[in-house]
Design a protein. Structure first.
Lengths: 321, 321
DNA sequence: AAAATTTAGGTAGGAGACTACGTAAATAAT
DNA sequence: ATTATTTACGTAGTCTCCTACCTAAATTTT
């Protein structure tokens, strides 16, 4: 427990996504509130949508506001009532539809709006700077639309239905076609998390049989609780040299020495196959992995300038016997 | 108000970021809860962090849990207490530090964990699919670290301090160096939102003076409430032909006919300069803009196969006099 | 050794969002 | 015309997270 890993959720990868998102949005919200307070303004961070909506469209019904902002209507009501109490909104009954309460900005609101817009512009600029050089917006949009289309719940449910009771113990098995997808799944996750996925990766991860097994290599899977929780590949590089690659552990199972067992198993296999050495390429930022390699006897050697991977900045080797 | 723009927050661009983020994270949370309910499980969507944390590290104090998950400690306490009540957690006093309450997983938790992990894996896979082909994770990480470093509040505050009371009315003025940054600000926003920014864009947006003005073109700014809310550029393409480009309105000021005024003003200028025609390149997905162009008299002509912009799939022209 | 400060953990209260349920007006169906 | 259904709100209750404040143990200072 020496160096405390500060951000566990980040370490959990895809699984931590939900809570990380909430964390960011909550923080932004809190900051917004603080900002208004320090400026001495009597508005809340979630009001700007209503302000701008009514600034553009004039009078709107409660449901319309909710629809535009994609809020459940009670939330819209809560905001509207507060704004009304603060004197920014007025409401009137719709002449033809008696149920409808049409809300609109008061003179106070219209007077203050330019000031608020100025502040929102500043905030907008901050967000622009924070998201500069990223595709956060396009990606977020894509995420939202995919998410709205596909039913997350039912998809996850069906995936779950394949659950079968199996021993808890860790077992390590060689490649079999039925786990080919897991090979990709495990590795795409950490690649995605730390680097960008390179073309060379796609080939191997999507076609392990043809790119690794058929060329004289081997892949091992760590199985636990009934599914694949770790992978490692030995790629035949020379008649007596393996490259060790695609070593990945499912985030949920990290910290359980599974990587170590997998690595030792692979080394043992290489030795039994009569190979002279195993080498690997990695990145210095992946300290836990490097420690593991070191512990297993790998030593740093000169970097290969012709590596097909951009992310690799270190090469290690282990001589067998 | 013909076609109701469904997502107002998306339309607001950077400004809508906060609420969109909250919307997504809340939705994910709700879905998680529904998922567990339909599976008949007595766990909550925000428990997985604690489960996996204790699975890895064994016994931890309340504050440690809070730190790892980056939660305020009352939140951690709330989760821990519920999990304890549900029988998943037990607590004991630390032998040396009497204040410390060390929590750990019960036998029930350890027994159920494989099942839950299976479900979380399925959820993980769903997130992977939803974020495939995006850089959401790398970008989110970058956003988080930038955000944690720079003080959003104080930055926005200082930007706000430049506020000066100015007339509410819209005015249109020609290029001046002091608004050069605004030219970039306004245009980067919509480019970022709808497309990816192309190299050609950076040049022009960062150096309007040399790339547009000095080459015989002109830029107009719409000013309102004391700051720039819209831009349009006329680029000299031929001795009597302008290309109309970089037409953008700050999201907060959309729907106020500012674009229309700016466009007519630019056309008028071109006419006064004695040009024969103005053409523009755009994208068919930008319906509101296309309507505007159409209304101003632009007609669709054959597309230019040599356009420097990837995003453009339509070309329109307006003959003057 | 006594006093001051930090740290661990807890409570109270507030904000935001959502679901579920209820009511009355408007619209559609028979 | 009467009944059934949809729509527009509104209320209540629950969940999440956070800040502010409090206590008591551990650690530092003096």
């Amino acid at each position: 427990m020496e160096t405390i890993q500060k951000d566990f959720l980040q370490e959990l990868g895809y699984l931590g996504f939900t809570m990380r998102l909430k964390r960011i949005s909550d923080k932004l919200m809190q900051d917004g509130r603080r900002l208004y307070q320090s400026l001495g303004l009597d508005i809340e961070p979630n009001w700007y949508g209503v302000f701008l909506l009514l600034d553009r469209y004039g009078k709107l019904g409660v449901m319309e506001v909710a629809d535009y902002l994609q809020l459940a209507h009670p939330s819209a009501i809560a905001i509207i009532n507060k704004m009304e109490k603060a004197g920014y909104l007025l409401a009137e009954r719709d002449a033809i539809d008696q149920r409808k309460r049409r809300v609109f900005l008061t003179a106070k609101a219209k007077e203050k709006l330019p000031v608020y817009k100025k502040i929102w512009s500043a905030g907008t600029e901050s967000v622009r700077q924070l998201t500069a050089l990223t595709n956060l917006f396009a990606d977020l949009k894509r995420f939202e639309s995919h998410y709205n289309n596909s039913d997350f719940t039912s998809r996850t449910l069906s995936a779950h239905s394949q659950y079968e009771t199996t021993p808890r113990e860790l077992s390590i098995i060689p490649f079999s076609e039925k786990y080919a997808d897991d090979f990709g799944r495990i590795n795409y996750e950490w690649l995605h998390m730390y680097f960008k996925v390179e073309p060379h990766d796609y080939e191997m991860l999507d076609h392990p049989q043809s790119y690794i097994i058929d060329k004289g290599g081997q892949i091992f899977f760590a199985l636990c609780d009934g599914f694949v929780v770790g992978t490692v590949a030995l790629i035949l590089k020379d008649k007596d040299v393996y490259e060790l690659s695609k070593m990945g552990i499912a985030p949920m199972y990290k910290g359980k020495k599974i990587g170590e067992k997998l690595l030792l198993y692979a080394i043992d296999y290489a030795r039994k196959e009569g190979k002279k050495s195993v080498y690997l390429e990695s990145n210095t930022s992946l300290t836990p992995a490097l420690n593991l390699y070191h512990k297993a006897g790998f030593v740093e050697v000169a970097n290969d300038p012709d590596t097909p991977y951009e992310r690799c900045d270190i090469r290690m080797e282990l001589l067998l016997n």
